[in-house]
Design a protein around this ligand. Structure first.
Ligand code: CA2
Length: 145
């Protein structure tokens, strides 16, 4: 499979701040991890990170006909970006939403995802493993997508 792994705002700072919430691995390590996992399963993964909503929307649009699945952590956009929700609905590329932290154990405003309704499912609170869990699901279910 061809995976596109999208990370939203501030996730480029992984490993540099708040390790108690987001762990100690940095963004580059995350990308290497998903690429290695994909390769081990006869697949590829491209990583994209942006702090800009429009750039993320463009990446989702660009996935159409190019990638088989999107694994996305929209960061804080999760909680309010109708534009990202609409972009996911506009393309026929299945997406799983990932959150490194358990958003349900955190502030009330993080409990709501406006983007998850356009996703196959959501993984939250499993740390960076959540990205692999999402990819594993797609690999397992690819014939049904
Ligand atoms: O748990 C997640 O993965 C989140 O999507 C992370 C977002 C947050 O707004 C969501 O509610 C939950 C924030 C990402 C910030 O990433 C940082 C990483 C390291 C240091 C500082 C911020």
């Amino acid at each position: 499979m061809k995976f596109l792994v999208i990370n939203g705002p501030n996730l480029n700072l992984l490993g540099q701040r708040e390790p108690g919430i987001y762990g100690e691995e940095n963004y580059e390590a995350l990308c290497q991890m998903v690429k290695d996992y994909a390769a081990a399963h006869g697949s590829t993964a491209e990583c994209f990170q942006s702090n800009y909503e429009g750039a993320i929307i463009d990446a989702i649009h660009g996935a159409r006909g190019v990638y088989d699945a999107i694994v996305m952590n929209p960061g804080a956009f999760t909680h309010y970006s109708i534009a990202i929700l609409d972009a996911l609905k506009a393309v026929d590329v299945p997406c799983i939403e990932v959150h490194i932290s358990n958003v349900h154990q955190r502030e009330e405003f993080r409990h709501k995802s406006v983007t998850a309704p356009a996703c196959v499912g959501q993984v939250t609170g499993l740390g960076l493993y959540g990205y692999l869990a999402a990819m594993g699901y797609f690999l397992e279910k690819q014939s049904e997508l």
